[in-house]
Design a protein around this ligand. Structure first.
Ligand code: C5P
Length: 240
């Protein structure tokens, strides 16, 4: 084992460029302050991220994903990760709503790209472009590529989710560099890392959450919501 994350375990393989990734049933919120074991989550997230990476590849957006090898495991290309959480927002929610005192659900005049510094002891603080450059976490050129790729991923993902009647409110991705210096999308894209709202029956007092906010806000079990997302995406993949 090379690394144990909050929802995944990463193992080395005989090939130094390939990692074996095992999804786990663990759910955490508030940087680990809240924890639970949710049976079935590993399988759903492994499958959801597999379908999403495949749909993105079809749209010309490559990632570290190689192939799924079991219900809960997949092979990924090893990347040297930037210590950054890259967040893109299409509508106000979560920490953005709190930071600026704007109601969740408010429309944004344009999508917002944000960075957070990945650090458990510091609770992943907000970080700006100058901070990143000054600390040497990425170069100017890296950040330009990361920003362009993230906007492209946002466009593709928004379309993918709209096709299954779901609004992509915001999401977090991570990127890293291959041995030859190519910047690639890594980590996962699942309802753990996106805010997904059912389209059609939302109003000021009611949103149908299909993502980890169900767990964060004690709104019930995440399993039926994650299954809805997987079923929709699987159907879309077969249809295309
Ligand atoms: O909490 P916040 O509003 O900043 O989250 C923005 C997006 O990033 C949400 O979709 C959330 O699920 C995701 N996120 C994540 N991992 C974190 C923090 C946020 O996937 N550690």
């Amino acid at each position: 084992m090379r690394y144990q994350g909050k929802a995944k375990k990463l193992y080395e393989t005989d090939d130094p460029d390939i990692l074996w990734v095992e999804y786990t049933d663990q759910a955490t919120a508030g940087n680990g302050a809240k924890k639970a074991n949710i049976e079935g989550k590993a399988r759903l997230n492994n499958r959801i991220t597999t379908v999403i990476f495949s749909l993105l590849a079809r749209r010309g957006i490559p990632s570290h994903f190689i192939r799924s090898i079991s219900d809960t495991e997949q092979l990924n290309r090893r990347l040297d990760m930037f210590p950054l959480e890259i967040v893109m927002r299409n509508r106000v929610a979560g920490s953005f709503a709190q930071r600026y005192g704007v109601a969740e659900g408010t429309a944004l005049k344009q999508p917002v790209l944000e960075f957070f510094y990945k650090s458990d002891p510091l609770d992943d603080p907000f970080i700006n472009r100058d901070d990143i450059l000054a600390l040497g976490l990425a170069t100017e050129q890296d950040l330009d590529i990361i920003a362009a790729k993230t906007r492209e991923i946002n466009g593709a993902l928004t379309g993918i989710f709209r096709a299954i009647n779901v609004e992509l409110v915001d999401f977090k991705i991570e990127m890293g560099k291959t041995g030859s210096g190519i910047i690639l999308l890594g980590d996962e894209i699942t309802p753990d890392t996106c805010r997904l709202w059912a389209i059609g029956n939302n109003n000021d007092s009611h949103v149908t959450h299909l993502d980890k906010d169900i767990f964060r806000r004690d709104l019930g079990s995440i399993i039926p919501a994650y299954q809805t997302i997987l079923d929709g995406l699987t159907e879309l993949e077969e249809r295309e």
